[in-house]
Design a protein around this ligand. Structure first.
Ligand code: MN
Length: 193
């Protein structure tokens, strides 16, 4: 059985304001993440998945359409827990030196991240990942995530409407701008490299 308490927020829900409101955090953390957890518990009850940890559930359920609902809910638990750790208001940590070889500068990295984020159509995620020793920016649709593709997640932004609609309505590009300029937890990114 999974429990929301296993995925605590490292900060109070109002600390990301004005970029992300406590109202959004209340819905996003308690309701959305909470629902993925209760759904997954119902779906795996009495199945072999009950004995696996979250990452193994994601990988094993990604192989078949018959387990799509298990994949969607388990991946969304991973994605949200990871996303919430990526958020820190006005982090003054340095841009990680390890990323300079691939992206040349912080500005160029953020520009590419924004371009890929703005190209996501519908619900999805944009990620910085490590794959076979190389850093790259990728997007995924719906609940899909790097774990299902042999990649390591380093940074992500949630582009589902529920992540920004209460604060930004249709202005998704403003949400993306505020994320890259004011909300990236660079210490967390550095630790994932
Ligand atoms: Mn979300």
């Amino acid at each position: 059985m999974f429990d929301l308490k296993e995925y605590p927020l490292d900060y109070n829900k109002d600390v990301l304001e004005p970029y992300i409101s406590s109202n959004t955090m209340n819905f996003h953390y308690d309701k959305h993440l909470g629902t993925y957890i209760s759904n997954l518990n119902k779906l795996i009850k009495g199945t072999v998945f009950e004995n696996y940890n979250l990452e193994k559930i994601i990988i094993q359920s990604s192989h078949s359409k018959d387990t799509l609902r298990i994949f969607n809910n388990s991946a969304q638990i991973y994605n949200h827990n990871f996303f919430f750790k990526c958020l820190k208001k006005d982090s003054n940590a340095e841009f990680p030196k390890k990323l300079l070889y691939t992206f040349k500068s912080k500005e160029k990295f953020l520009e590419e991240f924004k371009v890929v984020a703005n190209s996501v159509f519908g619900s999805g995620w944009v990620w910085l990942v490590k794959e076979a020793g190389e850093y790259k920016i990728v997007k995924t649709s719906n609940a899909d995530n790097p774990i299902a593709h042999n990649q390591t997640a380093i940074l992500t932004l949630d582009l589902w409407e529920h992540a920004y609609y209460l604060d930004y309505q249709n202005r998704r590009a403003d949400y993306i701008d505020n994320f890259v300029n004011n909300l990236i937890n660079w210490e967390f990114v550095e630790g994932n490299l």
